[in-house]
Design a protein around this ligand. Sequence first.
Ligand code: PMP
Length: 360
Amino acid sequence: MSRQYNFSAGPAALPEDVLRQAQAEMLEWSGAHASVMEISHRGKEFIALAEAAECDLRELLDVPSGYKVLFLQGGATQHFAQIPLNFARREQSVDYVLTGDWSEKAAKEAKPLAKVRIAASSAATNYDRIPPRVEWDLDRDAAYLHITPNETIRGVEFHEIPDAGGVPLIGDVSSTILSRPLDVSRYAMLYAGAQKNIGPSGLVVAIVRDDLLERCPKDIPKILSYAEHAAQGSMLNTPNTWGWYLAGLVFKWVKAQGGVAAMAERNRAKAELLYGYIDASGWYRNPVEKSARSWMNVPFTLPREELDAPFLKESEQAGLLALKGHRAVGGMRASIYNAMPLEGVQALVDFMKDFARRNG
Ligand code: PMP
């Protein structure tokens, strides 16, 4: 067995207990005499699994009534386009707050479908902060306001949900969902690609308020309509059954850990350990304003670029995987999602200390 601490930004490490259970059930799942991947999504066994997963997620996030929970496909990226298609008319404005690469992409995908307004942006400071709420230029008549509560590439996170000024708030929570409690009632819609804190890629979880669903136009293809997916219980066509199954196991695992409040405590401790060391080192550097630092994705640079290659090579030899930063930022990035234990972050800090001592 040579599994190592995996700091990949996504697809990311999954809880080992979940992988073991999936392994044990791979050939025959729960009395079905077949793998969960080999049975009908419309059979009663799979329906029960699907309902349990939804129920567990609702419980974990305390989803209020009046919201649909959907298990969809297409990656978060497809939903960048599907959101304006469903919730805005072409001539209507939609507000985006740009805090990094993912919110930028979301706004770009919306452009052909609605009048995109940039309500605020921290591009001028290289996405190192959340633009202060008082400086946002919101349109009261916008169809919605879109934010990215955690920017996976730059490691910038909203630690408070901003006041949307009465406009429906939509959040791409791909890289923060389940890492801490989340007040769903403040949002009209949340969506997340699964491959960080939920399960394998290829699954998207969306939580959508009923009044927003009523806006979905009748004249768009059904497969792109959130209202149709909701009406069909996310089974308009064959869903990603394997992803749904694994998501269900992850939800049970999070519950067994004590839920999102317990995850938050653990994630806070992990983040404090790593940022604390980076700041104290005077050698490594994280460029993000302290109040906006992500608990999930921690980018950092070394004092000289020529140290990057040896750092990556030696960290891998030390059993610390996938620390290379995103090409847009350079340097390193440690993604420390729910499945990363505190011991993994401690092992990273120990390695960083040793590397700095040898190369300082
Ligand atoms: N939004 C965020 C915040 C992300 O981190 C990612 C992927 N890393 C995406 C959207 C795009 O997700 P996908 O590749 O599933 O389309």
